[in-house]
Design a protein around this ligand. Structure first.
Ligand code: ATP
Ligand code: MG
Length: 244
């Protein structure tokens, strides 16, 4: 069973204390929303979980392997993948080659032909087969987001963290991303979904984590989190006031 265990993570950038004793577990194929205002520390947490930056203290274990001191490629091999808030495709490679890269670099179990077949399956899943020979740089922002989501699947991850997958995406592509999240989760992958789009968060997730300037102020069902006074004051309250 999938088990991601985050314990007392602290991250400081100079005098700025961006994550303060953040602890939570993800057990099994949960679909967990991670919300919080701009600057709350969501992307910093993601960067620590995927090994891009190191915490000042605390630990992260994935299925009992300690991953917080590993470089990102080792973390990816251990089974955790992430997308980027600002997309990062290989601009001068084709869409298909973009999918080959992680598998050719890290997957020693499959042949090149198998990796090609898997890439085609992933493109079909994302309704992007017609774009397979386009360069990364020719894609729209939304299509680049889809490509990143596809790239994640190439390594059969157990846990994926999606950093604002809906931001700036055309409504038609949003539907595809929405379906991706549902289907990938149902196939047994745990997902941590970061988004400012509360409609999507509340309809997709059965558990929410709320970060507020480095403090994890809530961890519970969407209904509990909506009613949590600390969350209303820190975050959701502003929406309700706006609507009043
Ligand atoms: N490399 C860095 N050096 C210095 N400060 C940083 C660095 N990365 C992030 N920060 C600061 O840490 C805080 C948390 O940033 P982070 O990007 O993690 O927030 P976020 O919750 O993802 O926000 P958003 O919703 O806007 O994406 C911010 O104040 C940010 O300016
Ligand atoms: Mg962010």
């Amino acid at each position: 069973m999938i088990e991601l265990s985050v314990t007392k993570l602290n991250k400081r950038f100079g005098g700025l204390h961006v994550l303060k004793d953040v602890s939570f577990d993800v057990k099994g194929a949960e679909l967990v929303g991670l919300i919080g205002p701009n600057g709350a520390g969501k992307t910093t947490l993601t960067n620590i979980l995927d090994g891009a930056i190191k915490p000042n203290s605390g630990t992260v274990y994935l299925n009992h392997h300690r991953i917080d001191q590993m470089p990102p490629f080792e973390v990816a091999k251990t089974g955790l993948g992430r997308t980027f808030q600002v997309t990062r495709s290989f601009r001068r490679m084709s869409v298909l080659e973009n999918l080959y890269v992680p598998a050719l670099a890290l997957d020693t179990e499959h042949t090149k032909a198998e990796i090609h077949d898997k890439s085609m399956e992933v493109l079909e899943f994302l309704t992007m087969e017609h774009l397979r020979n386009e360069y990364g740089q020719a894609l729209s922002g939304g299509q680049q987001k889809l490509l990143e989501l596809g790239r994640l699947l190439m390594l059969n991850p157990q846990v994926i963290i999606l950093d604002e997958p809906f931001a700036g995406v055309h409504p038609k592509l949003m539907e595809i991303i929405y379906r991706y999240i549902e289907r990938v989760n149902q196939s047994g992958t745990a997902i941590i979904l970061i988004s400012h789009q509360m409609d999507s968060i509340f309809s997709l997730c059965n558990r929410l984590l709320v970060l507020n300037y480095g403090d994890l102020i809530a961890d519970g069902t969407p209904d509990d989190v909506k009613r949590d006074p600390a969350v209303i004051e820190a975050y959701l309250g502003t929406d309700e006031e706006d609507e009043a």
